[in-house]
Design a protein. Structure first.
Ligand SMILES: [Zn+2]
Length: 407
């Protein structure tokens, strides 16, 4: 282990797990398994100091000069020069299909991250900040992901019991995150429950803390009778709008539907009419079940972007492992925002050099990963560029949320 301030840079860890073995989830769980555009572009940004990009587990992040471990072993982000961040990509517990209720008000000692880089012992997990984030996963970590996803549709998730509002709020306080955009998903699983939006809405109401959250909705373009009793996707979207929702999450991989599917296009057309934003999971993450990742290929986003110019689209994960294509596409449209969760330090810097810096968003994908994991990467990528850090952590999200609320 190196000491704080070390300039040792290690080569990236390579991934390389097989994907076909994950196909069982598909059978077990069906669909669940998972202005001027050139303004600010081409800006030069200051080179960061040298940081050690590769640490042992998430806890190794405490080697960084702006991260500490608390007495009870929790990660704390200590750069108090920055404003509190808005996390534009956050979730609570998933409980769908036959899963029982989760108590969203429960406080537990620890959070069970779905990708647990500290829990992996054999082999140990190296957290490389320059890689796409899920490349940290060992085979055992991926088995754990599969099991947790399956449980969250069947007997109830184990980690899920810790993906609660008080746990998130405690972690936000340590990580200097002040607000979270919560992204539920209508999984349209075909049995049992598909009421994630309502569960999270109720949880926020009961918590008394809903002012520091923005809850998006979610609608499947072809809602199943068993869940929605004959309502169309357009009916469901209008219901959400009437309840005050101003955006939806669209997840091609989990929902098993491409963004250029004609029914999805109808849904986006209605979003545009209602002034609602669409947060896409964008690009292939590389760990999808079977061929489900193909729904999220970047070419499938071209049609909605070229047709709907008067609404705000957010590319979640900035294209994931297809980030080069996502960036090229985003550069052609001034209504696209890049939410950068998962991207490595070099990729984050490429985005800041080539894309409008006022449309880059910070997101964490909690509770898949700890909040500080992404705080650290962004802080390193834009080290020495305080105005850019303020934009990415806070100002850009403020501007987007104001636009969405005013629409
Ligand atoms: Zn996510």
């Amino acid at each position: 282990m190196s000491k704080k301030g070390s300039s040792r840079v290690q080569p990236p860890v390579s991934s390389g797990f097989s994907m076909h073995r994950r196909a069982f989830l598909k059978t077990a769980l069906g669909a669940l398994v998972l202005g001027p555009a050139l303004l600010n572009c081409g800006e030069t940004i200051t080179e960061p100091r040298q940081f050690n990009m590769s640490v042992e587990g998430y806890k190794g992040l405490a080697e960084l000069p702006f991260v500490e471990l608390t007495a009870d072993g929790k990660l704390k982000f200590t750069d108090t020069d920055l404003p509190l961040a808005t996390d534009f990509h956050c979730h609570l517990a998933f409980a769908v299909g036959q899963s029982p209720d989760v108590d969203f008000q429960q406080k537990t000692d620890k959070v069970g991250y779905i990708m647990d880089c500290d829990g992996a012992k054999d082999p140990a997990c190296t957290f490389n900040m320059d890689d796409y984030i899920n490349k940290i996963a060992t085979p055992k970590m991926l088995d754990h992901v599969d099991e947790e996803i399956a449980r969250s549709g069947l007997t109830g998730g184990v980690d899920a019991k810790t993906h609660t509002i008080p746990n998130l709020i405690e972690e936000r306080e340590l990580a200097r995150v002040g607000r979270s955009v919560l992204l539920p998903i209508a999984v349209n699983i075909g049995f049992g429950r598909d009421d994630m939006v309502q569960q999270w809405k109720d949880g926020l109401e009961k918590s008394g803390k809903k002012d520091s959250f923005v809850l998006f909705g979610s609608v499947h373009p072809e809602p199943k009778e068993v869940h929605y009793q004959g309502k169309t996707a357009i009916d469901l979207l209008r219901d959400l709008h009437q309840q005050g929702f101003r955006g939806i999450k669209f997840h091609p991989t989990i929902q098993s539907v491409a963004p250029n599917n004609p029914k999805a296009m109808e849904l986006f057309e209605e979003c545009q009419k209602l002034g609602m934003a669409v947060f896409f999971h964008s690009g292939r993450a590389g760990i999808e079940a079977g061929n489900n990742g193909d729904y999220a290929k970047m070419e499938n986003y071209k049609e909605p972007l070229s047709k709907f110019k008067d609404m705000q689209f957010i590319f979640g994960h900035a294209g994931a492992r297809d980030h080069a294509e996502a960036l090229a596409l985003a550069k052609q449209h001034d209504n696209v925002w890049l939410e950068t969760h998962g991207q490595g330090v070099t990729s984050l810097r490429t985005i800041a050099k080539e894309f409008d810096q006022s449309r880059i968003l910070f997101g964490t994908d909690w509770p898949w990963y700890p909040l500080v994991a992404t705080m650290a990467k962004v802080r390193i990528a834009f080290d020495g560029n305080p105005p850019l850090l303020r934009k990415v952590f806070a100002e850009n999200a403020d501007r987007l949320l104001k636009m969405i609320n005013a629409a």
